[in-house]
Design a protein. Structure first.
Length: 264
């Protein structure tokens, strides 16, 4: 199975960062895809790559072997030009011991997911050096707003940032502040927020709520902040205004969710 690791502003000789991995496999006329956030530990040939969350998977039935071959070739070609490097070896799933699993604790938070719109196009236009500088300023701006509103950064995935807040109002205010802060960098971002339960074990977090937050962000337009009904329902007494964006099916998520645009 060909595998690729998105480097972004990171380099192959750096350890202890999060990124995205993408895998593809063809069997006859069927193509199997797998992708998701990963954690990279170690450097060079000795590094280990672990799935941060259970990866997403998709099966594509191309009807003919030739179509499947063409699809696979084109998909690999796109990844090679989208700042991915070929990844040798397996992507491991961390095994939890019975003792460690018993340490899992339930938590409730507002989850914020930030994503840059058309980041690949901007990276190609600016070149690696200038893009790395822009990304460093981008992360600094996001983290400055997170700190100001007591948000907790959970993970970075390529150009995305996932964070949690104890109060939904703080998460929404942080989201609008981030949108304004990155405009000076020439970047357009989209942000999604969701409120839900997840499990915590040490520094690790696990739960469908994080995937829902990312899917809400994917529905947002450039410069837009969207929240799920779970967030809006918790803010019935807030002065923050929302406009209804209708019910949406979020990819890979059960049921339809009503989304709301933050008016700012």
């Amino acid at each position: 199975m060909p595998k690729f690791l998105r480097i972004g502003v990171h380099q192959s000789n750096v350890s202890g960062y999060t990124s995205k991995a993408w895998c593809i496999r063809r069997t006859g006329s069927t193509v199997f895809l797998k992708w998701g956030a990963v954690e990279v530990l170690g450097a060079g040939a000795g590094r280990k790559v672990y799935w941060t969350f259970p990866p997403q998977e998709k099966t594509i039935r191309c009807r003919t072997v030739q179509r499947a071959q063409d699809y696979t070739k084109a998909a690999i070609g796109r990844r090679r030009s989208h700042r991915y490097e070929p990844l040798v070896g397996n992507i491991a799933t961390r095994r939890r011991t019975v003792e460690r699993a018993s340490e899992l604790k339930q938590a409730l938070a507002t989850i914020l997911y930030v994503d840059i719109v058309r980041s690949t196009e901007k990276a190609a236009r600016l070149g690696d050096s200038r893009w790395a500088t822009v990304m460093n300023h981008y992360y600094a701006a996001v983290r400055r707003e997170l700190k100001a509103l007591r948000g907790k950064e959970v993970v970075t995935t390529g150009d995305g940032v996932l964070a949690t807040f104890g109060k939904p109002a703080a998460g929404v205010r942080c989201a609008t502040a981030i949108v304004k802060a990155v405009r000076t960098l020439g970047l357009e971002i989209r942000i999604g927020l969701h409120a839900g339960e997840y499990k915590v074990s040490g520094a690790e977090v696990i739960g469908l709520a994080f995937h829902i937050g990312a899917r809400v962000a994917a529905k947002a337009r450039a410069g837009e902040v969207l929240v799920s009904s779970a967030v809006k329902d918790l803010m019935s007494e807030s002065e923050i205004r929302f406009s209804d964006r209708g019910a949406h099916q979020l990819r890979g998520v059960p049921e339809r969710w009503r989304l709301y645009r933050v008016e700012h």
